[in-house]
Design a protein around this ligand. Sequence first.
Ligand SMILES: Nc1nc2c(ncn2[C@@H]2O[C@H](COP(=O)(O)OP(=O)(O)OP(=O)(O)O)[C@@H](O)[C@H]2O)c(=O)[nH]1
Ligand SMILES: [Mg+2]
Length: 275
Amino acid sequence: MGNICVIGPTGAGKTTYLAALAYCPQVNNQIFTITSVTEDAKKIANKAQTIIKNGASLEPTIIDGVKIKSFYDLPLYQFKIKIKPWLKKADEINLVVRDYPGEIFNELVSGIYNELHLEFIEECLKKDIEGCLLLLHGWEDNSDNFYSQVMGKFIELMDKHDRSQNLRIAVAMSKCERGELWPGRLDPENDIFNVHLPRTKSLLRQGILAQNLQFYAISTFGVLERNDPRPNRQDETDQIGSSRSILRIPKKWRPYNLISPLYWLSKGKRMRYGV
Ligand SMILES: Nc1nc2c(ncn2[C@@H]2O[C@H](COP(=O)(O)OP(=O)(O)OP(=O)(O)O)[C@@H](O)[C@H]2O)c(=O)[nH]1
Ligand SMILES: [Mg+2]
């Protein structure tokens, strides 16, 4: 059983990604099947149905001290993923995933002083966590600067917890259906990270971490068609002025690369076919 944590800045798409995983079984797919094991995973699959069918967006994950008082109150998603590529041997991954609120990632640079947040970070670096999926969504302006500072802190913490040699890290650019990123999806390390986030990339590739690190591009929303790479996305602004994205044509939902990073995190080798 692989314990995985998903971290990344606020709004990177972490919860939506997990919801899409939980909902995937209802979408006809010949290569893999996903079974939601825990109640939380089943609940989020229902939410995903609303997102996919009616074009809605999930609420941000917030530690409000009321519903979430400790690490154990964070939703726990357990999935069993069976992969059966055509004419190839079937493979299986079992995952237990915790979805972290983005505020913890955002706080890493200035230092985490809140007891509860500290507890979250400690849990994320415990020995029984096999891997960490780091979802990033920014590539413009100051993103490289911010991410490299955060990653510097994260690497320090990994060292402190003796995890720098044995925690697998998958760094993924999320929402990669965006036109500026989509052409770089096939070789994200070189064509996305090197180009848009060079400091973050070289910091991660330096030293001991490098052996346990892979770069990915994923999109929970995907593009409209194989031959029509327009993003399947529509941006909206709500009454209070905050913006969110929803699926443009729910019927054409085809997420990109949801499983590959999880495969690497649980098996330590890359999947040869992109799903
Ligand atoms: N364009 C695009 N938008 C997406 C994608 N996945 C999620 N989003 C949107 O990104 C916004 C944030 O998504 P969340 O899943 O709530 O992000 P989060 O990382 O869980 O954020 P916190 O819980 O605040 O840490 C929402 O408006 C989503 O609809 C995607 O693949 N493409
Ligand atoms: Mg969330």
